[in-house]
Design a protein around this ligand. Structure first.
Ligand SMILES: NC(=O)c1ccc[n+]([C@@H]2O[C@H](COP(=O)([O-])OP(=O)(O)OC[C@H]3O[C@@H](n4cnc5c(N)ncnc54)[C@H](OP(=O)(O)O)[C@@H]3O)[C@@H](O)[C@H]2O)c1
Length: 284
């Protein structure tokens, strides 16, 4: 299996990346990203709202790996929604990262003035500072609306996907529309005993692998990009060792049977959740 795919604008994107949500400390984040790059990860997923773009940029520089070999993603937070604010936010992210372009820029949440935001993103795409545009947490109807009324179609939708919340129809719709599904929280952030789940373990043992590796493979095998997070070097290394085995069709079906069909991270349609997200502001 190839370990990269091609986005709908021709850009290559690795199937395995490294996520840095909830690593607020500069040194911790820099070290984790450096370890990931040393272990062969070539996609780093950060966000303005994670407060660690500077640490990610420092790790990229310290790694000595040429810029064009690393796929860097960051995201636009709700406080910067709208055309003018997004223009400034794109440049602020580039400045914090110390980069002159981003491989992928995502609207982090389908909230606020996403149309103004998309126009500013299209302008930055045309001037070469953003190589691909995408969204996160957009349901299919919102993606459909966005792509009908704008010039550039999203290349990626980053959504919650793990064994307990699989969203098969949502994923299939994205694949059918040549939009790459990218799994956030592929390990359900460690909830529900995912790393010791016996059904996953039975599959893992058959391949001499761990639960984490099986989960990432199960996603990658369906052309879903994964961005697991860890601050532990041994786990960062473990999570990257997924290119030397394949799950059988039966094993894929056994993984599919684990779906509990419910988000583990709240209801996006709850007005209180929208209020909370819309009130969160970062400042760094
Ligand atoms: N777009 C969005 O709205 C959104 C939302 C959430 C996340 N994301 C992105 O998706 C990335 C991944 O999601 P996530 O960070 O929320 O959660 P995750 O990757 O599902 O899980 C991370 C948790 O699993 C643990 N872990 C990692 N590898 C392990 C292993 N091999 N064995 C045992 N434990 C292991 C980590 O612990 P240690 O760190 O202690 O090792 C951490 O507690 C984020 O970092 C972020 O980039 C995006």
């Amino acid at each position: 299996m190839k370990n990269e795919l091609t986005l709908n604008n021709g850009l290559k994107m690795p199937l395995l990346g490294f996520g840095v949500f909830q690593i607020p400390d500069f040194e911790d984040c820099k070290q984790a990203v450096l370890t990931a790059l040393q272990q062969g990860y070539r996609l780093i997923d950060t966000a303005a709202a994670y407060g660690n773009e500077r640490a990610v940029g420092a790790a990229i520089r310290e790694s000595g790996i040429p810029r064009d070999e690393i796929f860097v993603t960051t995201k636009l937070w709700i406080q910067d929604a709208g055309e003018e604010a997004t223009k400034a936010a794109i440049q602020a992210s580039l400045d914090r990262l110390g980069l002159d372009y981003l491989d992928l820029y995502l609207i982090h949440q389908p909230l606020g003035d996403v149309y103004g935001t998309w126009r500013a993103m299209e302008a930055a795409y045309h001037d070469g500072r953003l190589k691909a545009l995408g969204v996160a947490n957009f349901e299919n109807d919102r993606v459909q609306d966005l792509m009908m009324h704008n010039e550039i179609k999203p290349a990626v939708d980053q959504i919650e996907l793990h064994p307990f919340y699989q969203q098969p129809q949502r994923v299939q719709w994205l694949l059918d529309h040549d939009i790459v599904p990218e799994a956030w929280g592929p390990f359900a952030e460690g909830q529900r005993g995912i790393f010791t789940n016996s059904e996953i373990q039975n599959i893992a043992i058959a391949h001499g692998k761990t639960n984490g590796q099986v989960i990432l493979k199960w996603l990658n095998q369906r052309q879903i990009v994964v961005i697991p997070k860890s601050v532990h070097a041994a786990r960062i290394q473990e999570n990257a060792q997924i290119n030397d085995f394949e799950l059988t069709a039966t094993e894929m079906q056994r993984m599919a049977a684990l779906d509990e069909k419910q988000s583990l991270f709240g209801n996006a349609h709850d007005p209180e959740a929208v209020k909370q997200l819309g009130s969160f502001k970062f400042n760094y």
